[in-house]
Design a protein around this ligand. Structure first.
Ligand code: FES
Length: 135
C-alpha cells in the first residue's frame, strides 16, 4: 500500500481529506510531513491546510508511536461502571501505559478502552490487566 494507492482510492470522493488521512494513518501508523505534502498536492490544498486538519484531531500522529498505549475511557458512564477501581488495581508501571480519554461512545457497555484502533468493552480487572500486559 502506498500513498498513491490511497489517493487513487479516494480520487472521486468528495471531502476526501479525512478519509485519506485515516487510511494513511491506518497503513503507516502516522501521517508524515512528506505524506501531508503529497496529499496537499493531490487535493489542491496548501500543506498548511492539511497540517491544520492533522494537528486538530489528536488521534492523528505525525511521528510513529514508540510504544502503543491503551486509551481508557474515564468519563461519567464508565466511572459509574467502575473504571476508577480498575485503574487503582493496576500496578504503577501499567498505569503509565494508560492514557485517559473521554467517551468512546460505548457508554452502555463500559468500562471501555481503545488499543491500536480496536475497541474493548465490558472491561473488568483481568481484561484490563491482560490488555496492558499485551502492549
Ligand atoms: S463514558 Fe465511557 S464510553 Fe462513554
Amino acid at each position: 500500500m502506498t500513498i498513491s494507492d490511497i489517493l487513487d482510492r479516494h480520487r472521486a470522493t468528495e471531502g476526501a481529506l479525512l478519509p485519506i488521512l485515516h487510511d494513511v494513518q491506518a497503513a503507516f501508523g502516522f501521517v508524515s510531513e512528506e505524506a501531508m505534502r503529497t496529499i496537499a498536492l493531490a487535493l489542491n490544498l496548501t500543506r498548511a491546510e492539511v497540517h491544520g486538519v492533522v494537528s486538530f484531531y489528536h488521534d492523528f500522529k505525525t511521528t510513529p508511536d514508540k510504544q502503543p498505549t491503551l486509551k481508557l475511557c474515564r468519563s461519567e458512564a464508565c466511572q459509574a461502571r467502575g473504571v476508577e477501581a480498575l485503574v487503582a488495581d493496576l500496578p504503577e508501571a501499567a498505569q503509565a501505559k494508560v492514557k485517559t480519554i473521554y467517551c468512546l461512545g460505548l457508554c452502555s457497555v463500559g468500562p471501555a478502552a481503545l488499543v491500536e484502533g480496536e475497541v474493548h468493552a465490558r472491561l473488568d480487572a483481568a481484561k484490563l490487566q491482560a490488555l496492558v500486559a499485551a502492549l
